[in-house]
Design a protein around this ligand. Structure first.
Ligand code: ADP
Ligand code: MG
Length: 572
């Protein structure tokens, strides 16, 4: 008896589906690809319960005649490839002829379609025995694909589906990934009958960007544009002030396909590296058009990666173009800052000089505490600090010196405050602030309203991707609220990848958000604090549970004792 047998078609389809169809959003992505390949100018996506129950994509594209409609669910049925050479010259989004077959193998599908000028349409459905039924349909040009109960027959997959809000986030992302590179096409996304995305045809990518992300956000970006032979680059890269703690605004498109690509990412980072803090990430949306014969799009099952023929060329084109985009700005910025910043107070040398001039001959030592006359409380006396560069301060004590990273200290103090919910004071805003969010982020933030509330942030769903901020914790003051909400969303999304149900996972999320909030408001490198403010900050630090580390684990202060100094100077 031979051990090897050939797998049945239904089984091979399911295996293929495992690679292509991970979750409802993958179905949306594949169907959008098909609609775009069919030349659609208007595409409507309707989903319910995060796509678990229903996904429906309708387009006004070329449609199919009866023969094609009956064939399209077969494995390897495609109109986009004819010969082997075609595989190395692909200009459509689809080409493997496997998406519809894969979708049909893990869900209940029906497709209605009609070709241009035809006087009768076609409906293709599968019955319970998975037998195909082909019937007549009204002749409305275009195609409408309806998918119900995804993974109904593959329970293991169904178990991996996340919450409705997570699945919806992925669907919003899938629609966004198509809407950006195809501005001339209108996209509509409805979830449980309410509108999530609705973008009419736009004249170019920039206009589409504004439709999806608001003018406000677009203002944070600079245009990138360049070309060499065979490669064109267009897009947006963020101003250096807009850099994010998370990497969730990094979009790369090659020939209108959303992909991940280390070469392009590396090129962008190589430019930002020296301009932004190490723990921050640039945001960018880059669209590369490469001759189809110079890029292999057939290297990943879900087509999420490509391989460039000339990687180096791509790298230098991207790096140069991003650099050009940033350059005029960074020059202006740097000189501007230097003007505004001219020494707030004391360099080390000045402090030494003044100490000598005042006749004390030594740097003032740490003062003792004083008792408040009225309350009897012991108030810390003002201590003396000396600024070193933009980020550090030094305090001289009786037995050594403490080097302080002001930003890290402030982060630690705020972080612990935010984690102890009770110590956060929400303050109602006199005028609530309306903030327009990108659809995906809007969906996340409104489904985590209670969590926001715990951090003293009261927000309200204002419809059409707008939230109303009604109260903010006093500690945040006049923060950049949009940036703040976006940062919180990115924390949530990151945590959702790992899970948010368990108690430790929840705790993890709270900690991450607290760290993010703290980072938002803490003293930036450049801001300077006077001795009084520093004294208060350091005494707050001394009350925290982990005073020596910032929430990201970096030191907040380093103590050099007399002993250390003796050793350094080889006196011992
Ligand atoms: P692929 O897109 O790789 O060719 P699919 O399984 O996604 O494979 O689709 C099979 C074929 O069905 C396509 O090649 C196309 O000819 C046809 N088709 C699918 N969706 C549509 C649509 N929305 N409009 C017109 N034709 C379609
Ligand atoms: Mg396809």
């Amino acid at each position: 008896m031979s051990k090897i047998s050939i797998l049945s078609e239904s089984l091979t389809n399911k295996i293929a589906a495992g690679e292509v169809i991970e979750r409802p959003a993958s179905v949306v992505r594949e169907l959008l690809d098909n609609s775009i390949d069919a030349g659609a100018k208007r595409i409507t996506v309707e989903v319910s319960y995060g796509g678990r129950r229903l996904i429906r994509v309708s387009d006004d594209g070329s449609g199919m005649d009866r023969d094609d409609a009956s064939l399209c669910f077969e494995r390897h049925a495609t109109s986009k490839l004819k010969s082997e050479e075609d595989l190395f010259n692909i200009s459509t989004l689809g080409f493997r002829g496997e998406a519809l077959a894969a979708i049909a193998s893990v869900s209940k599908v029906s497709l209605t379609t009609s070709a241009k000028g035809s006087d009768i349409g076609t409906k293709v459905e599968f019955d319970a025995g998975n037998k195909k039924m082909v019937t007549d349909a009204p002749p409305a040009q275009g195609t409408d694909v309806e998918i119900r109960d995804i993974f109904y027959n593959t329970p293991a997959r169904r178990k991996f589906l996340k919450t409705v809000s997570t699945e919806l986030s992925h669907i919003i992302a899938a629609v966004t990934h198509k809407a950006l590179p195809y501005p001339e096409t209108a996209f509509l996304l409805n979830h449980n009958d309410s509108e999530v995305i609705n973008v009419p045809p736009a004249k170019d990518i920039r206009e589409r960007f504004v439709q999806l992300y608001s003018k406000e956000l677009a203002d944070e970006f600079l245009e990138v544009k360049d070309e060499t032979d065979g490669i064109r680059l267009y897009g947006f890269t963020c101003k250096t002030e807009f850099v994010r703690a998370a990497r969730n605004y990094q979009f790369i498109f090659v020939n209108s396909r959303f992909i991940k690509n280390p070469t392009v990412s590396h090129a962008v980072y190589s430019v930002y590296k020296d301009l932004i803090p190490k723990d921050k990430n640039p945001a960018f949306f880059l669209f590369l058009d490469v001759d189809p014969d110079k890029v292999d799009v057939n290297v990943h099952p879900a087509k999420r990666e490509v391989r460039f023929e000339k990687q180096d060329e791509i790298h230098s084109l991207v790096a140069q173009a991003v650099k050009n985009a940033l350059n005029p700005l960074s020059e202006r910025d740097v000189s501007g800052q230097f003007q505004a910043d001219k020494k707030p107070h004391g360099s080390v040398r000045e402090a030494l000089e003044s100490a000598f001039r005042s006749g004390s001959g030594s740097i003032p030592l740490q003062a003792n505490t004083q008792t408040d006359f009225f309350t009897g409380e012991i108030a810390p006396a003002i201590r003396r600090f000396i600024d070193i560069g933009e980020s550090f301060a030094v305090e001289v004590t009786d037995d050594g010196l403490v080097i302080i990273d002001r930003h890290a200290v402030h982060e630690r103090v705020l972080y612990e405050k935010f984690l102890k919910k009770t110590s956060v004071e929400p303050e109602n805003l006199f005028l609530p602030v309306r903030i327009e969010m990108p659809p995906k982020e809007f969906n996340v933030i409104t489904s985590y309203k209670e969590l926001m509330h715990d951090f003293g942030l009261d927000i309200e769903d204002f419809g059409a991707n707008n939230v109303l901020v009604r109260a903010l914790p006093r500690e945040l003051g006049k923060a950049d609220m949009k940036g703040l909400l976006l940062d919180i969303v990115s924390c949530i999304l990151e945590q959702e990848k790992i899970g948010v149900k368990g108690e430790t996972e929840k705790q993890e999320l709270l900690k991450n958000i607290a760290a993010r909030l703290a980072c938002h408001k803490s003293v930036r490198g450049r801001e300077s604090l006077n001795d009084e403010q520093m004294t208060e900050l350091i005494s707050d630090l001394e009350k925290t549970e982990t005073p020596d580390k910032c929430p990201h684990g970096r030191p907040t202060r380093i103590f050099l004792s007399l002993d250390d100094l003796n050793k350094m100077f080889k006196r011992k």
